[in-house]
Design a protein around this ligand. Sequence first.
Ligand code: HEM
Length: 395
Amino acid sequence: MQSIATTPRSDVDIFSEDVMAAPYPVFQQLRDAGPVVHLDRFGVYAVPRYQQARDVLADWESFSSADIAFNNDFNEYMSDFSILRSDPPLHDAMRNTLAAKLARRALREQEPAISRRAKDIVGRLVEQGSFDAVTDLARRFPVEIVGDLIGLPEDGREDLLRMVDANFNCFGPDNERTRASLPRRAELADYMRVSVTRENLAEGSMGRAVYEAADAGAIPAQAAPWLVMAYVTAGMDTTVHALGHAVWLMAEHPDQWELLRTDRSLVPPAFREVLRYESPVQAFGRTVRTDWTVEEDVTLPAGTKLAVLFGSANRDERRWPDPERFDVTRDNIGHLAFGYGLHGCAGQALARIEGEAILNALLDNVTRIEADAPVRHFNNVLRGLESLPVTVFTD
Ligand code: HEM
């Protein structure tokens, strides 16, 4: 058996701006080094390849999510009622409550309205000709759509992304970015406590439904505010980053845009390809519960902390032919951008509806997209853009 001392190690800081600006060569090095690589600076093992990442995500009984963040303070701060950290049976009760409103079937009646609103916002921007695809589009659409579905009050929505971004930073290690985010994370907690009360959530909304599930005894009463918090935190920035990347990748790959223009059935695989190619969630933690034999000669003992690298797994050449090629026609159903298994994204149907609605609205009007160099947004666990000036053409 290969001992831990001889498993590959790396001194790389995956949370540094240098790496985040150009993560893919680093991910490649980690994948080349082995199926698990000790990240010396953080005391965790990176899981950079597709197969092991999927295996870990698939098996909650062997890999706990209790320490999903890379610093203990945040793990302790998050309640046991955080769905992301929880195990069955509590997890399943909370998850069923969300799924009732987030399943594709349940969302079907919302689809026409979401598509209309995508056409409205895109139509206005296309008339302008030039706009910022992040600040004018990607940051506005999910806050409107998800905010209304959750039933959030209008007041305070303008600060939401800032606060949720800080919350995601707090999943990182104890670094400068995490520490600088603590005040805004506290603002988010205040906002949830003061503004997102049961009474302030719109009648008939997803948020209200969570409280009604608690009334019916489906989930413990204390879980209700945490579940509403899960909607708010999980459902916004992730989609913002997906939309920003979608516009950027379409501008960078006019041949792929042309394919979409001639065949709209490629829109769903195109949005999946955006998620595979630039995964909005880059890393989450797991803890090995019982000794894990990674390969014949590599075993990690119970208690070992892992960093599942979603963005690296989605570029793994062992899984994806020519992974660096952005290809809207590839078979990409197995991408891991939404995670996998028990904790796999509860809002993926909604995210897909939003992403496809925006792509379709652009396709209705736009023949070509030209983009200036994007400004990258840095977050400990998310990958996204801060700004993307574009000009769209309709000839
Ligand atoms: C493109 C957009 C999105 C991406 C890339 C994304 C990604 C993810 C990932 C990777 C996980 C798995 C976490 C883990 O394994 O530990 C997750 C979980 C989750 N997501 Fe999403 N998400 C997106 C949009 C949404 C939306 C729109 C909502 C809801 C409105 C949402 C709600 C959730 C919830 C509640 C969980 C926790 C599920 C559980 O623990 O059972 N997400 N998401």
